[in-house]
Write a protein that binds this ligand. Structure first.
Ligand code: ADP
Length: 461
């Protein structure tokens, strides 16, 4: 069965208008045709009844004098007076046929009218009238069978006209509905588009202008108010992240300094272990605060890029070295292919940040002792770096979202700690370099790619 919810508002409006007009017209036409048929039948009954009365009056003497021939002559006159009378019979008081006129085969049987003076049966009208003599005594009956071929013609003509009118009305209704619905649905669809845009770009500053006072106007106003509130709280949250990370950075730098000092002073083994653990935790905190600061800079449009020319191969090797030095599990990072010392224009430190982030994710989200590949290819004047791991992969529904801030895929977020900020920052850095970042993932792990334009192609950043 058709689910009305799955039909677009546009089509629903057209459907409602077309169905309503067709329904109203159908009732209107049927009513008119019914009234016409009723009028016709009443007129027909009256005219045949008056013919029957005249026949009854004229046949008083024919019955009295038993003059069948004269009666037949009178009946045969009917052919000229009313051609749709197919049969007329005069009977005596006992019901025996005295005279008969028939266009078809003469027949002694007759439709039983009971006590009625007329009846409609199929395509026929049957009428009877008593023959009463001068003394007011019953002398016999006149029976008339009238064929209603005219009525059938009239019916088929009228239904034909009604059918054509309905088709024309359907066409006009469709056209009018189509014109009107675009006005109604255009605004709704526009609202839907803007909502989609806001949710895809996370830009809650989009205001929709509409001065309508109807329900759609109210909906748009509510949407604008809601977006204003979302934007406000978003701004407050961003401000908080900015302030909090700044405030955290200063004491953390002091803590780091003191730990270094302690580390140099302390030579005893157990204490050394505690100092190492404190150093690791501080590094984690430092990393988080750096990420939060970057997010805050991205949101306020203050993430600065220091553009220079650098060799991509060198940067990849350095990043692999720095990750390998810090890996406590025994992952092997294998490099495939080179960019033949091609140079890239961009912020070296920020691109390194992207590489380190993708590499540490590969380490973090894949099993110990598994390999990690770093592949380099050049395609359509783009340098493409692929970081491939053999971890659990990323579910299809999370692939797009993991580049959003604070988003973490459900299959990993429970047992592996993280904040969902790294890929958001990477994505912003790469986009600002006019590059692309994407992920391909299956059951055998994930491949994170990013591309950067070669110098020839590079667009001013
Ligand atoms: P974090 O790792 O701190 O959670 P990221 O922004 O770096 O934040 O990553 C976002 C999410 O993407 C992660 O929480 C994880 O669910 C998923 N993810 C990232 N890299 C990988 C990977 N190599 N394999 C599987 N999932 C990954």
């Amino acid at each position: 069965m058709i689910n009305l919810r799955n039909i677009s508002i546009q089509n629903k409006l057209v459907l409602i208008q077309v169905l309503t007009s067709v329904f109203v017209l159908a009732i209107f036409f049927t009513g008119f045709i019914m009234i016409d048929i009723k009028d016709y039948k009443e007129r027909k009954v009256k005219s045949i009844q008056s013919i029957a009365k005249v026949l009854a009056a004229n046949n008083v003497s024919t019955i009295q004098f038993q003059d069948n021939e004269a009666a037949k002559d009178i009946l045969s006159e009917l052919q000229n007076v009313a051609p749709d009378i197919v049969r007329a019979v005069i009977t005596d008081t006992d019901g025996n046929t005295f005279a008969q006129f028939s266009k078809t085969k003469a027949d002694s049987s007759w439709f039983d009218l009971g006590n009625k003076t007329f009846a409609f049966e199929g395509r026929h009208l049957y009428v009877t009238n008593p023959i009463v003599n001068a003394e007011n005594e019953l002398a016999g009956h006149v029976y008339i069978d009238c064929e209603l071929s005219e009525l059938e013609d009239m019916k088929s003509k009228k239904f034909g006209i009604a059918g054509i009118s309905l088709v024309v009305a359907l066409g006009c209704g469709f056209l009018i509905a189509f014109i009107i619905q675009t006005y109604v649905s255009k605004r709704l669809l526009f609202l839907v588009e803007k909502m989609k845009e806001a949710s895809e770009t996370n830009n809650y500053r989009l205001v929709i202008k509409d001065d309508g006072k109807d329900e759609i106007g109210i909906l748009i106003k509510v949407y604008n108010d809601l977006m204003y509130q979302v934007n406000e709280s978003q701004q407050r949250k961003d401000e908080f992240i900015g302030i909090a990370s700044h405030e955290l950075k200063t004491p953390l730098t002091s803590i780091k300094g003191y730990i270094e000092l302690l580390n140099e002073m302390e030579t005893r083994q157990p204490q050394q272990i505690f100092i190492q653990k404190t150093k690791e935790s501080t590094a984690k905190l430092e990393h988080l605060i750096a990420d939060l600061l970057d997010v805050s800079r991205i949101n306020s449009g203050q993430l600065q890029l220091n553009i220079e020319e650098f060799k991509m191969d060198e940067l990849i090797d350095e990043s692999i070295d720095s990750i390998s030095a810090g890996i406590r599990t025994d992952h092997t990072i294998i490099r495939n292919g080179t960019f033949n010392d091609l140079t890239v224009k961009g912020d070296r430190q920020r691109i390194e940040q992207v590489l380190i982030n993708l590499l540490s994710n590969a380490v973090k989200y894949s099993p110990p002792r598994s390999d990690i590949f770093v592949n380099s290819t050049i395609k359509d004047e783009q340098l493409i770096v692929e970081i491939k791991d053999f971890g659990n992969g990323i579910p299809e529904e999370d692939k797009e979202k993991i580049f959003e801030r604070f988003y973490r895929a459900r299959n990993t977020s429970v047992h592996i700690s993280g904040f969902g900020l790294g890929l958001y920052i990477c994505s912003d850095i790469i986009k600002r370099h006019n590059g692309k970042i994407w992920v391909e993932s299956g059951a055998k792990g994930s491949s994170f790619f990013f591309s950067l334009p070669t110098i020839k192609k590079s667009i001013p950043i």
